[in-house]
Design a protein around this ligand. Structure first.
Ligand code: ADP
Ligand code: MG
Length: 238
């Protein structure tokens, strides 16, 4: 059974149809990437999985549970945004601990979870710093750490690298791949960057204008694009 199932998702904002009959299945432990140009509906789809938007129609299942009507806190997900969304007045440690404190976890449990995540991300020496004293890449690591400590069933990433310079983006790409090998958490990752999609994904879903244009393994999409749009978007030589 798929770990995440999005069935016939439709979303309208007023007259605008942003998602049109989108169905995606992500297997347990799979790293799925949704790729497509700006404005095609990627964030809306991810926010619907997180419970931050309600679908106009369609169902979402995570694990064995239909979560379509559940609030974000009950969906077993952790989401990392493009803008990190760290609390500026809290240290890296407190930012990472925040969700567990809200969930009333014990002090020792929180400390163990934060230190484990910090070790995975190599940010042990930065835990006392506030976001203003961290670089962009370090902030992003803290934001990822905050997602890891919650041990979610599903990671949701919305263009997590797009605020970083090209050099750092390349390095962080490798870190995402390593993180996934370490934790094995089912992941839905959104990007408009073809290289990120091609290097990170077990499976790519190409979204265009709110519809799935094509889905499959990176090498299959690259070798056998169904449409010119997919060929051009994923960079097949013409
Ligand atoms: P992407 O993440 O692929 O760039 P989005 O999901 O953010 O695309 O947006 C898809 C479309 O939906 C855009 O045309 C955007 O303007 C529109 N949209 C997104 N959120 C809202 C909203 N809250 N109200 C009205 N339109 C929205
Ligand atoms: Mg977006």
């Amino acid at each position: 059974m798929a770990d995440l199932s999005i069935a016939a998702a439709c979303k309208r904002f007023g007259e605008t149809e942003v998602l049109r009959d989108v169905s995606i299945e992500v297997a347990d432990g799979e790293f799925a990437v949704i790729v497509g140009p700006s404005g095609c509906g990627k964030s809306t789809l991810l926010r619907a999985v997180a419970g931050l938007e309600h679908l106009t129609s369609g169902r979402i299942r995570i694990g064995a549970r239909d979560v379509t009507a559940l609030p974000p806190s009950q969906r077993g997900i952790a989401m990392v945004f493009q803008s990190y969304a760290l609390y500026p007045h809290l240290t890296a440690y407190e930012n990472m601990a925040f969700g567990l404190r809200i969930a009333k976890a014990g002090r020792a449990e929180i400390d163990a979870a934060v230190r484990r995540a910090a070790a995975i991300l190599s940010i042990e020496s930065l835990l006392d710093r506030k976001p203003a004293a961290l670089s962009g890449g370090q902030r992003q690591r803290v934001a990822i750490g905050r997602a890891i400590v919650r041990q979610p069933q599903l990671f949701l990433f919305d263009e997590p690298l797009s605020n970083l310079d090209a050099d750092l983006r390349g390095r962080m790409r490798h870190e995402f791949a390593a993180l996934h090998r370490t934790l094995g958490t089912t992941t839905l990752y959104v990007t408009h960057d073809q290289i990120e999609a091609m290097t990170l994904a077990d499976r790519i879903v190409v979204l265009r204008d709110g519809r799935i244009e094509q889905a499959g393994a990176p090498r299959d999409l690259y070798a056998r694009p169904d449409t010119l749009f997919v060929a051009q978007f994923l960079g097949t030589p013409q």
